[in-house]
Design a protein around this ligand. Structure first.
Ligand code: B16
Ligand code: MG
Length: 218
């Protein structure tokens, strides 16, 4: 069995559920644009960048807008999203996450973040989790969006580990694909029927520890 030297975490849907705030902010923008945008549609935005998200919403509404309007629409959505983020508290960290990260730290397993969000540091700060991560690669540091593996490869490089020695934790289909494309082993967080491509899928971190990870790796 290859060693586990590092764990790389996605943020939204893995550490914390910011998808609900993204949804409320995108829905408000969609309403302004006269587009019906449902929670079901929101699934397509998980793990993809802000630019890609707006492109998907415009595609759903069968609409095109000028470049300047595109930029201002993204800025408005982000302003509303940040209003929600600034209300977040450490209680919103998903169950079992902190315990699992503490266990990794106690075993000297490196911890990194690979999130498509340009607001990742603000969110980690808000929920009191910033200090756990040895490296943070976010949407400000990549050109390509998931499923391109760039973000995970950069995270592995930042902590000086080979992809094969890292485990990625991801909740989005695009993110699972990105990890596989980069040569990582990947644990899907969510439902097996959605994340079937992952090497293993678990519901979340409640009751999940290093022993579980080692046993599924065998
Ligand atoms: P922002 P993750 C992603 O975070 C979200 O899942 C995705 O829905 C969002 O569009 C993206 O961040 C960009 O976020 O607008 O804050 O830059 O899952 O990669 O942690
Ligand atoms: Mg995610």
């Amino acid at each position: 069995m290859k060693p586990i030297k590092a764990c790389i975490f996605d943020l939204d849907g893995v550490i914390v559920d910011t998808a609900k705030y993204h949804f409320l902010a995108w829905q408000r923008l969609a309403q302004e644009l006269g587009i019906t945008f449902t929670e079901h549609d929101n699934e397509r935005l998980k793990g993809v960048s802000r630019v890609e998200s707006l492109k998907i919403i415009l595609e759903i509404g069968n609409k095109t807008i000028a470049e300047a309007e595109f930029e201002s629409a993204m800025a408005r959505k982000n302003g509303w999203f940040l209003d929600y983020i600034h209300q977040m508290t450490p209680e919103e960290v998903l169950p079992g996450v902190q315990k699992f990260l503490d266990e990794l730290k106690s075993q000297n397993i490196k911890i990194a973040l690979a999130s498509s969000s340009k607001n990742a540091e603000t969110i980690l700060q808000q929920i009191g989790m910033l200090a756990y991560f040895e490296a943070i690669i976010d949407g400000n540091q990549v050109i390509e969006t998931k499923p391109n593996p760039e973000i995970f490869l950069k995270a592995a490089r930042a902590i000086d580990e080979k992809p094969e020695n890292c485990i990625v934790f991801e909740d989005a289909i695009a993110g699972v694909e990105a990890a596989i494309n980069g040569g990582f082993r990947v644990v899907g967080i969510g439902l097996p029927e959605v994340l079937g491509e992952a090497d293993w899928v678990v519901r979340g971190f409640e009751g999940f520890g290093l022993a579980n990870l080692q046993s599924i790796l065998q």
